[in-house]
Write a protein that binds this ligand. Sequence first.
Ligand code: C5J
Length: 215
Amino acid sequence: MPTVAADPGPFTFDPATTALLVIDMQRDFLLPGGFGESLGNDVAQLRRTIEPLAALLAAWRAAGLRVIHTREGHVPDLSDCPPAKLRRGSMIGQPGRFGKILIRGEYGHDIIDELRPLDGETVIDKPGKGAFYATDLSDALKDATSLVVTGVTTEVCVHTTIREANDRGYECLVLADCVGSYFPEFQRVGLQMIAAQGGIFGWVAESSALIKEIT
Ligand code: C5J
């Protein structure tokens, strides 16, 4: 079985029961001029994940392994958006440069061109931060026991999903160069929190360490 050099120790996985999760690599979060940037965020902090993630996806797909993408967003009438989220994410549903912000079917809600899902890959639309909440992700994962977790943002949707996954019994490997936060401090501490205390939420590695094991 492949073993990846990781923090806090080696991560061993069975490729047949491991899925790659690509979380919320959407235009609304990543494109210059989009929702994320309109909030005053530096999208370059997220965009640095694109190249390593594209290389990982290519290797993962070439090895014939499972990929699941997620997108955060809501139905157009916002009936799936909790009022508290709407109050705090006050731009949700408002017109933005790439269509209504975080609304399914809008250009900005979809995944960036560089990481476009291939036919046959599962795309999970999620109304929450966690990918398990109000979705059929558990069913889509079928017999998977391990997850390789990538995407944005590290301290929000990536962290929430990893915590949900832990409580459901999955082993999680997070790839440091393939997850991103608008805030460098949150990125650093967010990764530390995963591997702390002997891997309280999982393991952290660089994508190159994983690619070496699957090619
Ligand atoms: C946020 C996400 N940050 N995908 N969403 O609102 O992390």
